[in-house]
Each structure stands twice: as structure tokens, then as C-alpha cells.
Design a protein around this ligand. Structure first.
Ligand SMILES: N[C@@H](CCC(=O)N[C@@H](CS)C(=O)NCC(=O)O)C(=O)O
Length: 229
């Protein structure tokens, strides 16, 4: 059985990494058997034999695989049934989708929810998170980042426009059924969903409707995930 490593908060059941969520949904899509193990920002001892320091990570026997995009391609080879990609062209396009979502969907949400991620951590991890993340906030304190986030969300609507355009005439980003692009996007939305009631995509009806369809998959797997709020 595969071992899947992801981040947790003060409560071990609260698993909020957007990149890990991408892979967790792909594992469900594949029906691949796996057990989950957690690390925290301050304690990555479970990953020690590999020398890796970010999740998601998958261990398959003696093989360790990191980086969500690389894991997705590895899963496709390891479990060819229930494809995530429709052929070699779709595989070749994976980095475009991955990078676009990282930059345009994930990155702008960080300042909107950083204070909520912080609140989901215990004292030791709050210290570690502050040390690594506050330098990215242009001199602001994590606790102050909730101020002004409504305006950030309004501006974020422009980032969602390309996704909305696809959803205009498709049920899923990948067409009639979910595949790689849907899980990349949904993993990114699970990050805020798990840690906060502030919803960065509340400004987009089509994205919210698509998210409901994604929540319905695998017996409500994502919808039923424990949240910090
Ligand atoms: N490009 C990587 C990003 C992975 C990543 O940044 N993971 C974060 C969690 S969302 C992490 O493990 N951070 C550990 C840390 O900051 O110490 C991927 O796609 O897997």
C-alpha cells in the first residue's frame, strides 16, 4: 500500500495543504489504496529517510516521490486505469495547468487566509510558520492580514475569469468528467475551505457550483473532510 504524507494543524485531523489535496483527490480518482501520515511545519521527522521537506510526498516501497505535478504523472503510470490525462498531449500540457493554477489561483489567496492558517496551528508551529511566512507579507504581521481581504477578493475575480469561461459550457474543467485540471483547482480551494469561513471564491457563482460538483465526488470525500472552523 502507498503511504501518503500531508500537513496537519494543531488537530491531526485538519489537513490543509492545497498541493496535498490535489494528490489526495487524484488518489481517490484512481481508487489507489493508501494510508495517510502527517507532518507539521515544525516536525517533518516522518519524511526523514527521504530528506524531503514539502508535501505532498508518496512512498511506494523504497521509492519516494515529491512535487504534486510529478506525483500526478507517476500515479498515471503506476495506476493506468481511470486516467487523469487524455493521452500524451494532455500529459504535455500538465505543467501549463499546474503553473497557471499555482500563480493565479493559489498565490493570491495566501494573504487572504494566512491568519486563519496561523490560527489552526499549535504554538510551536505558529512560531515556525511566522518565521517562514511573515517575510512574504511586505512587513505586515500575520494577525493584521484579515484587514482589507474583501478588496483582495474583489480583485481576485479577474483571476477566476478563465475558469468561469470554461465552466460556461463544461460541467468540469476537463469536460464531462473531472480529471487533472479539476483536482489541481479543487486542491487549491480546499486550502481555504479547511482553515476558514472566509471564501475567496464567493464572488463567483460558476466556480461555487463547480466546487459543489467536486464536493459530491467519492461519496462527499472533500466535503466531509474535518475543518478547523
Ligand atoms: N511545488 C510543490 C509545493 C509543495 C509545498 O509548498 N507544500 C507545502 C505545504 S502547502 C509544504 O510542505 N510546506 C512545508 C514548509 O513550508 O515547511 C508541490 O507542488 O508539491
Amino acid at each position: 500500500m502507498l503511504t501518503f504524507f500531508e500537513l496537519c494543524g494543531a488537530d491531526d485531523a485538519v489537513r490543509f495543504s492545497p498541493f496535498a489535496w490535489r494528490i489526495k483527490l487524484m488518489l481517490e480518482h484512481k481508487g489507489a489504496p493508501y494510508q495517510s501520515r502527517t507532518i507539521t511545519f515544525a516536525d517533518k521527522s516522518a519524511l526523514e529517510p527521504s530528506g524531503l521537506s514539502t508535501v505532498p510526498v508518496i512512498r511506494d516501497g523504497d521509492t519516494w516521490i515529491s512535487e504534486s505535478q510529478r506525483i500526478a504523472l507517476w500515479l498515471e503510470e503506476r495506476f493506468p486505469d481511470n486516467p487523469l490525462f487524455e493521452g500524451p498531449a494532455a500529459i504535455a500540457q500538465a505543467p501549463i495547468i499546474n503553473n497557471w493554477i499555482d500563480r493565479n489561483i493559489i498565490a493570491p489567496v495566501f494573504p487572504m487566509i494566512v491568519a486563519d492558517i496561523f490560527d489552526a496551528l499549535d504554538d510551536e508551529n505558529q512560531a515556525s510558520f511566522r518565521a517562514s511566512r511573515e517575510p512574504r507579507l511586505g512587513g505586515r504581521k500575520i494577525e493584521d492580514m484579515r484587514d482589507g481581504r474583501d478588496a483582495l477578493r474583489d480583485a481576485y475575480k479577474a483571476n477566476l475569469a478563465p475558469v468561469e469561461a470554461i465552466l460556461d459550457n463544461h460541467k468540469f474543467l476537463s469536460g464531462t468528467a473531472p480529471a487533472f485540471a479539476d483536482y489541481c483547482m479543487m486542491g487549491s480551494l480546499m486550502w481555504p475551505h479547511i482553515v476558514t469561513d472566509f471564501d475567496p471564491v464567493a464572488i463567483s457563482e460558476p466556480v461555487m457550483a463547480w466546487r459543489e460538483r467536486m464536493f459530491d465526488l467519492f461519496g462527499g470525500f472533500a466535503r466531509n473532510a474535518p475543518r478547523a472552523v
